[in-house]
Design a protein around this ligand. Structure first.
Ligand code: MF3
Ligand code: CO
Length: 267
């Protein structure tokens, strides 16, 4: 069931989304070669605490018999696509570091992700992050009242594949706002089998997960970390947005309207 939101509900989601953005921006400040992913999570934790906000991920169970997610945020490095669990891994100067942040605040949920580019990443890795960031914004621009979810999927997929990369099939974007995961599913590839109509008041998380090579995934022994099957690099950007007519209101920006993190631009 798709839950359309009122103006007031959208403002509630924005308040949660601004905290998401502040968390992504502060981790961007602290992510440096030598820091562990657990230490990076501590940076996030201090922002959750500052607002007395809750992680929408901690304890999350995707299915009845699935393990609860054990951390506050997800941090996924290089060939890890999403759902990496913070731990003692140290970031190196050539890593791609994807963070995914969900905040529950006053009954509303915001969800966003970004891939930080460390200074010595390969030109291809830098390009992958930049293409994924742009794919997110192509997808956002395609979300319009009267359109379909497949408009978003097509915008993302055509842009990514046109640039020689692939989109993950095993994970999708989603409705967001009251729950972390609401209907509809928002795939990054065109799938006409359940193609929901887009309408004013819908709030959705658009989240391209893009691979350097093949899009097939494997799950690591920890039961959570999703990696590329071929070991290729992957990047992930996400925003929660509201659809208002043929415009899109991005709800996971900083209070001044800036992006929490923009990867280095590749011309
Ligand atoms: N941000 C992820 C998503 O959009 C959720 C992470 S799964 C969790 O689906 F278990 F960590 F919550
Ligand atoms: Co999401």
């Amino acid at each position: 069931m798709i839950i359309k939101k009122s103006r007031e509900q959208i403002e509630g989601i924005r308040r949660a989304g601004r905290i998401v953005a502040e968390i992504i921006a502060s981790m961007a400040e602290y992510v440096k070669p030598g820091i562990t992913t657990a230490e990076l999570q501590d940076v996030a934790k201090s922002v959750f605490e500052k607002y007395d906000a809750k992680s929408a991920f901690l304890g999350y169970r995707p299915g009845r018999n699935m393990p609860a997610y054990p951390a506050y945020v997800c941090i996924s490095v290089n060939d890890e696509i999403v759902h990496g669990i913070p731990g003692n891994r140290r970031i190196t100067s050539s890593d791609l570091v994807s963070v995914d942040v969900g905040v529950r605040y006053n009954g509303f949920v915001g969800d966003a992700a970004a891939t930080y580019v460390m200074p010595d990443t390969s030109p291809n890795a830098k390009r992958l992050a930049w293409i994924t960031y742009q794919a997110l914004h192509r997808g956002i621009s395609a979300a319009k009242d009267g359109g379909k979810v497949s408009d978003i999927s097509a915008a993302v997929q055509n842009f990514v594949e046109g640039n020689g990369y692939s989109v993950v099939r095993d994970l999708v974007g989603h409705g967001v706002g009251i729950q972390l995961h609401e209907d509809p599913q928002v795939p990054n590839f065109v799938d006409y089998r359940n193609d929901a109509p887009l309408q004013t008041g819908m709030t959705i998380a658009i989240e391209p997960m893009v691979c350097e090579m093949d899009y097939r995934t494997i799950t690591a022994a920890d039961g959570w970390t999703v990696k590329t099957a071929d070991g290729g690099l992957s990047a992930h950007f996400e925003h929660s947005i509201a659809i208002i007519g043929d415009r899109q209101d991005i709800l996971t920006l900083l209070p001044d309207g800036r992006e929490p993190y923009v990867p280095p631009e590749i011309l």
